[in-house]
Design a protein around this ligand. Structure first.
Ligand code: HEM
Length: 141
């Protein structure tokens, strides 16, 4: 319990990851962006990107998705009014790689591997083709 009352030297309230994770319902929606905790509950309806994307990130780290969108300065200012505290420094390592990101990464990797494999086989046969036609072309001309 004492943990929930912890604050940074500047007086910013620290939240443990477990507390934030619990705020993922319609009643209360919190997200983490750059280790800051945002209460976006009242903003869900107003978000130009829709409430669904925010709810998907509820209770977790939304930093990557927030930055991927390339939010405007206005959006960032708007966000700063929703900060309620920061993720406890001891819990920051826990959000380094959320499960969802790992899934995306492995999907992407397999897609890349696939591409490479296809290009790899294409390369070999077409390269031989090119060399042969060059050689043939050279002889004919
Ligand atoms: C407190 C947090 C957030 C605030 C204040 C916010 C605010 C805004 C604003 C003002 C826009 C309009 C475009 C702009 O000005 O950049 C926008 C668009 C959008 N936001 Fe957010 N946003 C937040 C978090 C997020 C998160 C976490 C996601 C992704 C999970 C997200 C996804 C989007 C998308 C997809 C759009 C639409 C972009 C488009 O159609 O061009 N936002 N947001």
């Amino acid at each position: 319990m004492a943990e929930t009352e912890e604050r940074s030297p500047e007086g910013v309230k620290y939240y443990r990851l477990s507390e934030i994770e619990a705020q993922n319902s319609f009643k209360s929606t919190w997200i983490i962006i750059h280790h800051k905790v945002y209460d976006v509950t009242k903003f869900l309806d107003e978000h130009p990107g829709g409430e669904e994307v925010l709810r998907e990130q509820a209770g977790g780290d939304a930093t990557e998705s927030f930055e991927d969108v390339g939010h405007s300065t206005d959006a960032r200012e708007m966000a700063s009014s929703m900060v309620i505290g920061e993720l406890h420094p001891d819990d920051r390592h826990k959000i380094a790689k959320p499960v969802e990101t790992l899934v995306t990464t492995s999907k992407e990797e397999s897609r890349y591997t696939h591409k490479h494999a296809r290009f790899g086989s294409l390369d070999k046969s077409s390269l031989t083709g090119i060399i042969v036609s060059f050689a043939a072309g050279g002889q004919t001309w």
